[in-house]
Design a protein around this ligand. Sequence first.
Ligand code: NAG
Ligand code: NAG
Ligand code: NAG
Ligand code: NAG
Ligand code: NAG
Ligand code: NAG
Ligand code: NAG
Ligand code: ZN
Length: 773
Amino acid sequence: KMIKQLLISIVCGAAMLTVGILIGHYGITNAPSWVKDVVRDVDESLIEKFLSEVDNIQIQENLKELTKVPHMATTAGDEQTVQLMLKRWQDPESGLDQAWREEYLVYLSFPDPKNPNKVTVVSPSETVLHTAREKEKSYTPDQDDPAVVQPYAAYSPAGHQRGRLVYANQGKPSDYLLLNQTVDLKGTIAITRYGGAGRAAKAINAAPYGVIGVLVYTDPLDINDGLMSDANETYPHSWYMPPSGVERGSFNTHYGDMLTPYLAAKEETYRIPVEDITGIPPIPIQPIGFEDAYILICELGGEAAPKEWQGAFNCTYNFGGPGFKPTSAFNNRLLYKFHFNVVNFYPHLQFRSAIQINNIKILNDVKLDIFNHEKIKNSSNVMGVIKGSVEPDRYVIYGNHRDSWVHGAIDPSSGTSVMLELTRVLGKMVKQGKWRPRRSIIFGSWGAEEFGLIGSAEYTEQYFTKLSERTIAYINVDIAVFANATLRASGMPSVQNVIFKAAKQVNAAGLESTSVYDNWIKYSNRTSPAHGTIPRMGYLSGAGSDYAAFVHYLGITAMDISYTYDRSKTNARIYPAYHTAYDTFDYASKFIDPGFVSHQAIARTAGNVLIRLADSLVLPLNCSDYAEILEDYLKTAVNLYQNQLQVKHISMGKHPLKRAVASFRSAATHLDQVILSSDLANETPLKVRRINDQLMLLDRAFLNPLAFPDKYAFRHVIWASSSAGKPTFPGLADAYAKAESSGQPRDWDKVHYHLSVLSQAIEGAANTLVDVI
Ligand SMILES: *[C@@H]1O[C@H](CO)[C@@H](O)[C@H](O)[C@H]1NC(C)=O
Ligand SMILES: *[C@@H]1O[C@H](CO)[C@@H](O)[C@H](O)[C@H]1NC(C)=O
Ligand SMILES: *[C@@H]1O[C@H](CO)[C@@H](O)[C@H](O)[C@H]1NC(C)=O
Ligand SMILES: *[C@@H]1O[C@H](CO)[C@@H](O)[C@H](O)[C@H]1NC(C)=O
Ligand SMILES: *[C@@H]1O[C@H](CO)[C@@H](O)[C@H](O)[C@H]1NC(C)=O
Ligand SMILES: *[C@@H]1O[C@H](CO)[C@@H](O)[C@H](O)[C@H]1NC(C)=O
Ligand SMILES: *[C@@H]1O[C@H](CO)[C@@H](O)[C@H](O)[C@H]1NC(C)=O
Ligand SMILES: [Zn+2]
């Protein structure tokens, strides 16, 4: 009996084995080899390996190398960084599949080293009573490098202007409006502080009042938490800006090369006449340090400026007489000199000259001698790719600019040193045959960002169609580390999920057992109806870095990732050495990120996001999270505008906008259900490709080239820049603010028009998420 059972078992076993072998055999030989590849999903062990290989010391060494010399766009230092990127990305052991440079001939603006820009206080007889510093004071040998560019305002016109000084706060339209109520601004020079308005706007807003020149400085209140002394308070004693530090910058309004709007700036490309450029200063403007601003502002006469206009100096900020106060040291000094001259040359006219002195005394001027010149120069992007194995025609793009104003240790080299570490680790895995991403990864080291996001904008213009059709997402890591407290991430709501997932897997900088995510939520959070308390992500509404062309022009899902401040510890507008000669390796390694552990946390987090976007079978983009933000925007819009619009016979009650947001929500829920109820690894690969295309193209659906006729290259109706400062749809908020202030029926019509633009875009996006037909 036992034997019989045993025999049956053996026979059954053998039969099953045979069947198994046959199934296995035919299964294996019948399924084509691509099946295994096509269903491949992200490999968590590979991510673990990646995270463990990202090395803080390598990042530190990258930064040292990148910041050896100043590398302003198109200079010899810039060329050195081009060569460095090419060398690293073409390295046979740790490079990418391919790397190359692409050049654009772009319109730039430089000061003249032989004729430095000058800011002086002069008497009517041209006696110079004070000269502002032309060059920042040096504390380390870095500042003595002859390639350190003099502080200047790129795209300020050249010119020689003299006039009485006035203080115009931040140079906002409201600031000049108020100032013009008490001071005659015709022929004056206005001194403004950074913040509140764009750089170019400070001069553009001034010109209609007859202001003929503008100065701009950084008030210690806005950057240094009020500290000013370089004896013991500012760099090199801390991260604060020294008194002679000056923020350089591009003084323009539109991004991309200004002579070739919407066209890639190649040699043969049509260029508009220089006179047709808009959005640049119509009058000369020059930045100065707060040490000089102190001397000028504290001598101003006239009425005291309002409380909100006061900064950190230990004097009252007056509007200006216009000009200096009668008791000013400048005026007293003039009195002696002038008196001396008069007595020498006209001894018989002493009485009359005394009267003239009294008149002239208050006419001491500030003089701007600006020698900036524009130049068309070749600027390079360095591009590198890792070719995808399964879907090579789908791109995940990761980028940062390469050019700086001076040594640029934080801006942009913190981001570039992180990017080089990512490409080293990923490149090595590719070269060793251990990994090849499902989709292609494109790395961009953009040129001439500081002059107006030029390299990235030209790239998107040149490859417009290809990028629109094939790009999954763009990741921007420019300044990787503003400060060492917490992660900061901005982007489309659909990327929230993948950033959270990545941040949960990385240790927070300097904290062994806390994740980047758990640390982040402590500093910045919000309550989400779907997720409860979660870290708060920002939005990419402006054009602050190279994500602008991807978001606003192409409608590509994008994100910007960095480490940033503990806001309870500082009110600094930005890290204090921003765009100064003090943004050096010494500064970064001593005061921003000693040990480079925050850089490491950013490399791990951003790299993790990159791998997930490139390798996931289903794209980790969540359209329901997008719906949540649209609902939030709608709620705010209804609260702010519904009643007033009713009065204007524009009903939001049953408006198509409400229906559109509701359609978007239900379409998103539906797509989520399709994704979650499918076994995509075992269904036709065409299905996952179809869903992924829906997710990839979602942001493209929000584009409307006619939505913002007054804004250059802003086409994404949800994330455009806005001056209204309301947390809702930007075009609606701006149109409403304009109509409210003008009261014109035509402006209320424009509100109505924009409501229709929005409804159609959101309804259109919803239509792309539902099933075909
Ligand atoms: C400035 O004020 C003067 C005098 O009140 C006024 O005539 C002028 O229109 C104002 N300028 C602007 C640009 O508003
Ligand atoms: C710097 O020195 C001055 C004068 O000695 C002192 O008043 C100030 O508190 C010091 N600042 C710091 C941050 O120690
Ligand atoms: C204001 O500060 C400067 C140094 O920044 C100092 O020389 C001056 O004495 C101070 N003036 C007053 C009125 O406190
Ligand atoms: C710019 O670079 C191209 C090569 O990409 C070269 O042919 C051209 O001569 C350069 N032009 C200038 C003005 O340097
Ligand atoms: C949310 O942020 C606040 C500070 O804005 C903080 O006090 C609170 O603890 C945070 N919540 C969580 C769950 O970390
Ligand atoms: C940030 O850096 C400062 C030194 O500049 C250090 O005192 C602090 O502990 C660091 N914070 C974190 C979270 O690493
Ligand atoms: C997207 O996020 C929502 C919450 O907003 C969640 O319910 C849903 O499952 C997510 N979708 C996918 C495909 O994971
Ligand atoms: Zn930057």
